[in-house]
Design a binder for this molecule. Structure first.
Ligand code: HAM
Length: 448
């Protein structure tokens, strides 16, 4: 009988309790996988630091109004994908963040973050979109994003693209293509919009229901239609690129010249409009054919109007975000998963005095910066050695009562087959380092 929270006595055997499951589209990440994520994040952190981007963290929950105003009322994200609810305690309309650019800008405005000048920041973490789950598309997914806040010139657009190209190289990923486009400025988009609406009205009979609706609310998004039946119409529609004025064209050309100089290949995709409304001038997506339908691994662009739009001073900015699940999927497919750290030592111990001594042995080795998994739960020597082999550790450190009495440990190389060597505890770390060729963390070329 167990005591329940309500104070009633309940029998565990009365009824079988239904097992609870995770929310659909939201993944549990177990250690084998999480270690890959950690290794990926370490590469990413190092890469961002080399470009001077600094980490920033914002809340997972924001006022729904933030996303409506920034991402746009007539976008898939705001119309149908947000996890929104009313916090009954204080009647606030809140949403789990579907992306983090809006939050970054909100926080920057709220705390006058750009007071001292432009800032480069990055973030990583979960985002939430109520999309139909499939490979590469989840309801909780993770992004790494970078935002260059307060920079107006094409140099920062180019920097963001050159950065991404470097990351793909450093992750060992090929077959990621860059598509770019320019969305010009507001007046240019208006002129294009008029031409587009006139064109679409003239072909109203050929529009699908979604596009009919978009024609009235957000005609640019008709160009983003995934419906194959709409493609020839989309191809023939007026192009925004043909409506760009001199300044916008100059900006676009400067970005292209700089990334060409850096050896970054690209395609211009005049239909690239992005699924969020805050962009102007440069927009881009990095796409691959190796992930099936969800082939966009990174997207971004310039959003010079967003600060003002959510109540700040006019402030130019640009950024991108990449999908962590998609990148790791790509890395796995390419056989380029980063190496994960295995324990250096598995500590085998048997006997009453040995069990006590093992605590000291483990702590002494960890003090020497070695990663030590200590056997727990007792068991026969042979079984403990099996666990040592399965742990991936290079070395087993073995302690019996005799060793404990002598203040010694036996060190066994689990890969070479060499006989084990008994050494004083104080000498063990050095011997283990020699066998495992583990350096002191922070020293170059320290680990093998
Ligand atoms: P986004 O294109 O909506 O842009 O998302 C960026 C990336 O997140 C996508 O390219 C994709 O790799 C990943 N992603 C999006 N939705 C999902 C999903 N349901 N499941 C798995 N991965 C997904 C933004 O979010 C902008 N905030 C990017 C940006 C930053 N623009 C300027 N600064």
């Amino acid at each position: 009988m167990t005591q329940s929270a309500t104070g009633r006595n309940e029998s565990r055997t009365e009824s079988k309790v239904e097992a609870l499951r995770a929310v659909r589209g939201m993944n549990d990440i177990f250690p084998d996988e999480a270690e890959v994520w950690l290794a990926f994040e370490a590469i990413v952190r190092d890469w961002l630091a080399r470009y001077g981007y600094r980490n920033m963290r914002t809340p997972l929950l924001e006022h729904t109004a933030l996303f409506r105003r920034s991402i746009g009322e007539v976008t898939d994200i705001v119309e149908k994908e947000m996890y929104s609810f009313t916090d009954a305690l204080n009647d606030e309309h809140l949403s789990l963040r579907p992306e983090a650019t809006a939050s970054t800008v909100r926080a920057s405005v709220e705390h006058n973050f750009l007071y001292g000048g432009p800032q480069r920041v990055w973030y990583t973490g979960p985002m939430f979109r109520h999309e139909k789950p499939q490979r590469g598309r989840y309801r909780q997914f993770h992004q790494v994003g970078a935002e260059a806040l307060g920079f107006a010139g094409p140099d920062v657009d180019a920097e963001l693209l050159v950065m991404c190209a470097r990351l793909w190289r450093e992750l060992g990923l090929q077959d990621i293509r860059l598509q770019i486009n320019s969305l010009g400025n507001l007046a240019e988009r208006r002129a294009h919009r008029e031409a587009l609406v006139a064109f679409l009205r003239a072909h109203a009979a050929d529009l699908d229901a979604d596009s009919q609706r978009r024609l009235e609310t957000n005609p640019l998004r008709v160009l983003d239609s995934k419906n194959p039946a709409m493609q020839s119409l989309v191809e023939a529609a007026p192009r925004l690129l043909d409506h760009l004025g001199d300044d916008s064209l100059r900006h676009f050309e400067a970005v292209r010249a700089m990334i060409t100089e850096a050896g970054v290949a690209y395609e211009i995709n005049p239909r690239l409009v992005r699924g969020l409304d805050y962009y102007n001038l440069t927009v881009f997506e990095w796409v691959t054919d190796r992930l099936g339908a969800q082939g966009t691994v990174c997207g971004g662009g310039r959003y010079d109007g967003l600060f003002e739009h959510i109540g700040g001073k006019p402030t130019p900015a640009a950024g991108f975000a990449m999908g962590v699940e998609r990148l790791i999927d790509l890395m796995r497919g390419a056989g380029r998963l980063p190496a994960v750290r295995l324990p250096d030592v598995y500590l085998v111990h048997m006997g009453e005095r040995a069990d006590r001594f093992a605590i000291r042995v483990g702590e002494t080795l960890r003090e020497a910066r070695l990663a030590v998994v200590s056997h727990a739960g007792g068991g026969r020597f042979r079984d403990q050695m099996k666990k040592a082999d399965a742990s991936g550790a290079r070395v087993a450190v073995i302690v019996g009562d005799d060793e404990a009495d002598a203040g010694q440990v036996s060190v066994k190389d689990l890969r070479s087959g060499e006989p084990q060597a008994a050494v004083p505890l104080e000498a063990a770390a050095l011997l283990i380092r020699t066998i495992a060729r583990v350096g002191v963390p922070g020293e170059q070329g320290a680990t093998d």
